[in-house]
Design a protein. Sequence first.
Length: 104
Amino acid sequence: MAGGGDDLNQRHRAQLTELKNANAVLHDLAWEIEEVEQRLQSLISQREGPTDIFLEREINELQRRHVALEDQMLHQMLRADELAAEVELVQQKLGQRTSSRRPH
């Protein structure tokens, strides 16, 4: 029976590591989105006078990058939510094992 508990503990540790990594990716994506938004606002504020093809091209590229980052962020948020639910389930199982071993 101890092997099953060890496996569950290892699974729990692995899930916690994966959740930590998923949250780190979310943090990085949030920073990158913020940087793209700031750069985009800066470029948009420069839209005065005659049309600058290079400026418009960069604005369009940043807008596409922004949409792609938001999509990545959404997928990563869903993955982090899934991982959090899995971690909680394993924690509950570990808690049940602990409480079933206690003398009553």
